[in-house]
Design a protein around this ligand. Structure first.
Ligand SMILES: Nc1ncnc2c1ncn2[C@@H]1O[C@H](COP(=O)(O)OP(=O)(O)O)[C@@H](O)[C@H]1O
Ligand SMILES: [Mg+2]
Length: 229
């Protein structure tokens, strides 16, 4: 049995940006609840605020108004420091551009989130998990390779292992197959599905893949600052 405690709750979340003195509302009082282990796919045209929404859920960014709660805790009300620690321990990110650290080996990249923990037990567990996850994504024999020696698909598999290394509640994937060919994209999607959803974690994915839409529990459409349909 996988534990289930990832719950995402957005209460009238608004995000406005000011550009050259003009205010633009990208997200307009978005209210949303995602249950334990739900897999939601987020759709919408380019520039509708999909990345903005993921960044608010992941605590990379903060809303102009409204509240974001993860597992019952308001990340909006946390200090920047507390939110950073919370994010490191509870949220895994997978980006379109992989975002691996070039100076670090495959293993070191995956160790990063747990190495920063102040809890020695978490650091030790992190080491075991990192190797195990890299085995699961099929890169157990590339631990000492550097990112520039890996193909795009391999880099994204490392990024998936890194996103899961702290055993987060929530995994956020922003167009994770956007830089990959169709075949490689399928492998990456299958791994994300297997390692997140089947482990009882919440997964929110921005994607244009019809296939993903077919297997998601929830399909969210972002349009004019609102979630519709
Ligand atoms: N830091 C920022 N400052 C000003 N405008 C921004 C900023 N980040 C995003 N935006 C604007 O917010 C809108 C939504 O962006 P984004 O969330 O990246 O859209 P999507 O991921 O759906 O393509 C865009 O119009 C973008 O230009
Ligand atoms: Mg985006």
């Amino acid at each position: 049995m996988s534990e289930c405690n990832g719950l995402i709750s957005l209460d009238r979340v608004t995000k406005r940006y000011e550009e050259a003195g003009v205010e633009r509302t990208v997200l307009d009082e978005v209210t949303l609840d995602l249950g334990c282990g739900e897999f939601a796919v987020l759709l919408g045209k380019s520039g509708t605020g999909k990345s903005t929404l993921l960044n608010l859920i992941g605590g990379i960014d903060t809303p102009t108004a409204g509240d974001v709660r993860i597992d019952g805790r308001s990340i909006t009300k946390m200090s920047d420091h507390d939110r950073t620690v919370f994010r490191r321990e509870n949220i895994g990110f997978v980006f379109q551009a992989f975002n691996l650290i070039p100076m670090l080996s495959v293993l070191e990249n995956v160790l990063m989130p747990t190495e920063l923990s102040s809890d020695p037990r978490k650091r030790k567990l992190g080491k075991e998990r990192a190797r195990d996850l890299l085995d699961q994504v099929g890169l157990g024999d590339r631990l000492n390779a550097y990112p520039d020696r890996l193909s795009g698909g391999e880099q994204q598999r490392v990024a998936i292992a890194r996103a899961l290394s702290s055993n987060p509640l929530v995994v956020l994937a922003d167009e994770p197959t956007g830089n990959l060919d169709a075949e490689t994209g399928k492998v990456v999607l299958a791994l994300l599905d297997q390692l997140t959803r089947k482990a009882g974690k919440n997964l929110i994915m921005v994607t244009h893949s019809e296939e993903v839409v077919g297997i998601a529990d929830r399909v969210l459409h972002l349009k004019d600052g609102k979630i519709v349909g």
